[in-house]
Design a binder for this molecule. Structure first.
Ligand code: ATP
Ligand code: MG
Length: 370
């Protein structure tokens, strides 16, 4: 798929930006802090309803403004779709598809994108939350309808946590039947997420291993889902829900003491290994980057094969500065045949040959053609 036009209104430092793109390569060039990443972040938002930089929507809205809008004209083969999202500082966010109001969670169905960013090294070496974020992007890419489950999960987790907090402060012998009910709904939503994480991790691993082999050669790559505080007996959502609900009962006293949900997908991790050694603790700088790139390339390859909308949009946010010449070259040759590439760079000289395309200048939230 590809985007022909992207309109940003009061999005980050963009007051009103219109970006016209064609299939092939578009490069956004400009000094630091001008609004390049903000553009690709908007596309990623449509694809995942999340930003790679923040957990809440508020920072995405231009300071001193009440709402931000992202609007995109999308093309899947012969099909044209327009998708829009309005984020509000107060009140409910809104979405449209082809001019008709829709639920926000419908938007990722129509937008498939993979972003490569300097932060990706943290998927390999950083805290578990980076790996959870990665795997959830993959889940959403594979099953866009999971957007509704993720938002349900967040809501139930919040409710359950505030219930635990209020039970903590209430007197002994509190009625725990409400907690039981929330534990049930929590375990249902949690299990749907864990089941898909396990499934998509398995789907993507051979592709990641292949990409790693191409980038770095030789070493064997493996990935294992790591549930924390419960055991995955089998992979059916029913059995996962049971395992999580039982584990939550077992830690109830501690949950009541701490006032928070201690088991679930928000605490799990994924272990990647390179030649049987855990990447998080053992990977060298070079291995870290090869694996981070391989993870994104594996994701892109999977989406390309499986999504009805065709190729995902490939976005590279300032990654060349992080890579040596050999990895740059390998990366370029792995992505050049995707339908659309949107690349940002502060320094034009960092761009390897083979990425000519259209250049756009970004300065102080204004995008202008050369
Ligand atoms: N909510 C917001 N309202 C107004 N301005 C914002 C908001 N969020 C971020 N900015 C501004 O956007 C700018 C950063 O934009 P962005 O991250 O896109 O820069 P960039 O061009 O990618 O820079 P670099 O080359 O350093 O990565 C900063 O100057 C920041 O202050
Ligand atoms: Mg940037």
């Amino acid at each position: 798929m590809w985007i022909s036009q992207l309109d940003l209104t009061q999005w980050r430092n963009h007051e009103s930006t219109r970006l016209a793109c064609s299939p092939g390569v578009t490069v956004l060039v400009g000094p630091n802090g001008q609004g390049k990443t903000n553009v690709v972040e908007a596309i990623r938002y449509l694809a995942t309803l999340g930003s790679h930089r923040v957990a809440s929507a508020a920072p995405l809205i231009r300071d001193d403004q009440e709402s931000a809008t992202v609007f995109a004209q999308l093309h899947h083969g012969e099909r044209n779709i327009s998708a829009g999202v309005t984020l509000k500082r107060h009140g409910t966010n809104e979405a449209t598809l082809n001019g008709n109001k829709t639920k926000l969670s419908e938007i990722p169905r129509w937008v498939s994108a993979v972003m490569f960013a300097p932060e990706d090294a943290a998927i390999v070496r950083g805290e578990p939350s980076f790996r959870r974020h990665f795997i959830d992007e993959l889940v959403l890419g594979g099953s866009p309808s999971m957007a509704a489950v993720f938002s349900d999960f967040e809501r139930v987790l919040k409710q359950r946590n505030s219930l635990l907090k209020s039970l903590r402060s209430s007197s002994r012998g509190a009625d725990l039947s409400t907690l039981d009910a929330w534990t049930e709904s929590f375990a249902q939503a949690a299990a749907a997420i864990v089941a898909d994480r396990v499934r998509y991790l398995r789907e993507i691993t051979p592709r990641v291993a292949k990409e790693y082999d191409n980038l770095a050669g030789g070493d064997e790559i493996a990935a294992t889902y790591q549930p924390r505080g419960y055991v995955l007996e089998d992979e059916s959502p029913e059995s996962i829900a049971r395992a999580i609900a039982d584990a939550l009962v077992a830690v109830r006293a501690e949950e009541l003491e701490r006032g928070m949900t201690l088991i679930g997908p928000h605490r799990d991790d994924v272990e990647f290994t390179i030649d049987n050694k855990p990447a998080r603790t053992h990977a060298s700088q070079g291995e870290t980057w090869s694996l981070a790139l391989a993870l994104r390339l594996g994701m892109a390859a999977w989406l390309r094969e499986n999504r009805a909308s065709g190729d995902p949009i490939i976005m590279l946010d300032d990654v060349f500065a992080e890579l040596d010449a050999r990895r740059r070259e390998k990366l370029v040759s792995a992505i050049t045949d995707y339908e659309q590439l949107i690349i940002t760079s502060a320094v034009e000289d960092d761009l390897p040959p083979g990425l000519e395309g259209t250049r756009l200048d970004v300065k102080n939230g204004v995008v202008s053609p050369r």
